[in-house]
Design a protein around this ligand. Structure first.
Ligand code: ZN
Length: 286
């Protein structure tokens, strides 16, 4: 009896404290692996994340299984400098290769184990995003109509990739690949910053190109005023339907807050960034 009363009191408190706060739905298009996948996913789900595009070492990725309240899309990191995932330096593939075989990739796409090609690490490898080595992977993505996410802009310290070059993260380098593989759905990871004007130019030219705000929405990486200015530039350029949310393993509440507190965005525009644009990008077949 006492227990029942206690339970009722707590349930009442729970409903009252949650009443009136419809939780923000979030599609996180940029996530990598963590030491404790279960805790990582539980934390994201609690914040309102219902769908995730994840890319990490192939073996760790196998620990991320679809759950009732969470949808997962699986990526393919390519190429892996010295066979390793930047920062964590785990082997990308069991055989230590930098480039997985195309036959294997095609098999995995067909089996539903790869839903997008990315994070494309061309810049960490010291090559252009349009390098001819990457074209066969892009063509496979086009053949199966899956999207490609390419790292752009800067990088944090200690990534462990000696061939990394900042200027290879310029989104204007994507023009060649977009012309060579017409219709390929590409997203410019990290909004190209500090080359965000080049990202805007590419997006204006190619309507199937989207971008994500991951890393730059983390105030530990980029100051909020600069972040705010970048988002405003994309919106003022008429690109509000092609900006997507990503956490890139940053604190989910803080990275979400970076967007919620942008006063120049309407509630509708925030909804688009948090999940609507990503739903459109990942689901639209061409
Ligand atoms: Zn990245």
């Amino acid at each position: 009896m006492r227990n029942a009363k206690w339970l009722l009191a707590n349930l009442t408190f729970f409903f009252l404290s949650h009443a009136g706060h419809a939780q923000q739905r979030v599609f996180d298009v940029h996530l990598h692996g963590a030491k404790d996948p279960h805790a990582q996913l539980a934390n994201l789900t609690k914040a309102g994340v219902y769908k995730i595009a994840i890319s990490t070492s192939w073996s760790l990725q196998q620990q991320y299984k679809k759950q009732d309240n969470l949808q997962l899309l699986y990526g393919l990191m390519v190429p892996c400098p010295n066979g390793k995932v930047p920062y964590s330096l785990q082997a990308c593939f069991a055989d230590g290769n930098e480039w997985p075989s195309l036959d294997w990739v095609e098999e995995q796409i067909k089996a539903g184990n790869i839903n997008f090609i990315g994070e494309v690490l061309s810049q960490y490898h010291g090559i252009s995003s349009s390098d001819t080595m990457l074209l066969p992977y892009y063509r496979l993505a086009r053949k199966y109509d899956i999207p490609v996410g390419i790292h752009t802009g800067s990088a944090g310290p200690d990534h462990g990739c000696p061939n990394f070059k900042q200027e290879l993260g310029n989104p204007s380098l994507m023009e060649t690949l977009l012309n060579q593989v017409p219709g390929l759905r590409v997203w410019i990871m990290h909004a190209g910053a500090p080359y965000h004007e080049e990202a805007i130019s590419i997006m204006k030219k190619f309507p199937q190109v989207y971008t994500d705000l991951s890393a730059i929405n983390n105030p530990d990486i980029l100051g909020h005023t600069i972040f705010s200015g970048i988002v405003k530039r994309f919106v003022d350029s008429g690109l509000e339907d092609r900006i997507m949310f990503g956490s890139d393993n940053g604190n989910i509440d803080i990275t979400m807050q970076s967007i919620s507190q942008l006063t120049f965005l309407t509630e509708e525009q925030k909804e688009k960034i948090f999940y609507r644009n990503a739903e459109h990008f990942f689901n639209t077949r061409r």
